[in-house]
Design a protein around this ligand. Sequence first.
Ligand code: GRF
Length: 193
Amino acid sequence: MKRIAIFASGSGSNFQAIVDAKKKGELAADICLLVCDKPNAYAIERARNENIPTFVVQVKDYPKKEDYEFAILTQLRDYEVDFIVLAGYMRLIGPTLLKEFEGKIINIHPSLLPAFPGKDAIGQALAAKVKVSGVTVHYVDAGMDTGPIIAQRAINISESDTRESLQTKIHEIEHELYPSVIEQLLTKSGEVI
Ligand code: GRF
């Protein structure tokens, strides 16, 4: 069974969805580590409740990105991680991690990329008054939300939608889509529809 590490910076609802999929037998992967860059993130509590080890990386304790990424890499090696799943991790992945995990890092983003990359994709979509937005799962490269797209789901935005309602719709889709994409990538042909 492939060993995955999940990286998160916030609430960790996608982390939870992946763990729940595993518990329901819908995901054949060993979730062996949470990597978190925010000591107060709720994702850490979720990991504790699930008995999943957490590596909290205090970025400010390291002089350079290369240094904190090397600290993460050391943990990934110790846990014999095969695959990295970014789930609300708010940092760009640098060359230290990209080199060792080339083609083995994925991310989920709350828009139909290449539209609205970067921060606050939901706010960007609302400000642009688009009628359709969505969710994208993609491979991670050195850019900001630029790697090859693996799967997308569209969501209609209505006049009455608010940031909260759109966020709720996006989370619902994410929680179903992300575990199933991970399962496809790790255990099936790699073909994701
Ligand atoms: C998700 O909407 C994801 O698309 C984005 O960050 C959010 C993380 O939410 N990258 P959560 O921490 O998993 O609840």
